[in-house]
Structure formats: structure tokens, C-alpha cells
Design a protein around this ligand. Structure first.
Ligand code: ZN
Length: 143
């Protein structure tokens, strides 16, 4: 008991990413529907389409970056509406490697992430998390 590290505070979470994975044209169509539906409902920073694996991600995907205050509405909405797609939701703290490999929450299958390029600590490198800049204009309030 006593040799366990102290628990992390949720105050460490500056924002979240949801990465929506798709593999093949049929899944990409479902990902398009989901992307539009998210953008119609939530003020998020929608990332561009990544049709090839990039960084730690094993398949094509796009990123949805969002403020922590959106978690209790967006994440349950994704649970109900993910179109059968696999989604990882990870917090953004000072520790990108842990955020992806240890702290993440998966909807659907758990995919193997490659943590080799992820930093253990941003502050140790004099860096900070990117600010979230919402680029959607949600018009639907009934989620
Ligand atoms: Zn991410």
C-alpha cells in the first residue's frame, strides 16, 4: 500500500482528444456521418482527415479535440452514436505517453498504440499542451 504513488488529480487534465478510427471505404463513410453529427452538436476542434496511420495511431483516423467541460456531454453521446467505430478518448495532461498508453478510455475494440514517439513529460521539455480552438459551429442543441 505505502509504496504506491499518490493518485493524480483530475486538475491535471487540460483537455481531451477523441480519435475516431476507420479502416476502409465503408467505415470511412460511417466516420463521415459521425464527424458531421459531432460538428453539428459540439464546439470542438475538428482535426483533418488522416487517411494513413500517423504518430501512435495504427489506422486512419481523425482527431476531435475538446475542452474538459465538454466531457460529460460529448463522451456519452459518442457511446450512443459511434457508428460501430472504434474511438479512443484520452486526457491531455503533462504526460502524453501515459495519456495515450495508460490513461485512455476506449469505445469499441482496444487498438495497439505505438508510444515510441510520445513524450513522457511536456514541461520537462519546456513545452505545454496546445490550446483548444473550436472550429465547428454547432446548431443543434438537442443532444
Ligand atoms: Zn490525441
Amino acid at each position: 500500500m505505502t509504496d504506491q504513488p499518490a493518485p493524480m488529480s483530475i486538475q491535471a487534465i487540460e483537455s481531451y482528444h477523441a480519435h475516431v478510427y476507420f479502416d476502409g471505404p465503408e467505415a470511412r463513410q460511417r466516420a463521415e456521418v459521425l464527424r458531421d453529427r459531432i460538428a453539428q452538436r459540439f464546439p470542438v476542434q475538428m482535426g483533418r482527415w488522416r487517411d494513413q496511420p500517423v504518430g501512435p495511431h495504427p489506422t486512419a483516423m481523425y482527431q476531435v479535440a475538446f475542452e474538459a467541460t465538454l466531457f460529460p456531454s460529448l463522451v456519452p453521446w459518442l457511446m450512443l452514436n459511434r457508428q460501430g467505430l472504434t474511438i479512443v478518448v484520452h486526457p491531455n495532461t503533462d504526460r502524453p505517453k501515459d495519456d495515450h498508453l495508460v490513461h485512455a478510455l476506449w469505445l469499441g475494440a482496444v487498438l495497439p498504440l505505438d508510444g515510441t514517439g510520445l513524450e513522457a513529460s511536456l514541461s520537462a521539455l519546456g513545452r505545454a499542451q496546445d490550446e483548444i480552438m473550436p472550429n465547428t459551429t454547432p446548431a443543434l442543441t438537442d443532444i
